[in-house]
Design a protein around this ligand. Structure first.
Ligand SMILES: [Zn+2]
Length: 68
């Protein structure tokens, strides 16, 4: 099992688990947040993706307060 992380342009993050032994088929990962193609593959290994972070659940970038 190979684990890797992929990130969509919109900021959503996915954890990919690719099997080295199970047969799968070529395909692509569509972002559940924005619908873009995040990743496409031509290999015949089984791949499973899980969304680990959605942009609207991410911590907001907080600007530091101005110094006095
Ligand atoms: Zn996206």
């Amino acid at each position: 099992m190979i684990l890797s992380d992929v990130e969509c342009e919109c900021g959503a993050q996915y954890r990919c688990a690719e099997s080295e032994t199970l047969a799968g088929e070529p395909g692509s990962l569509l972002c559940i947040n924005c619908g873009r193609t995040v990743e496409a593959w031509q290999v015949a290994q089984k791949r499973v993706y899980r969304c680990t972070l959605l942009p609207d659940r991410a911590y907001p970038v907080v600007a530091p307060p101005p110094s006095p």
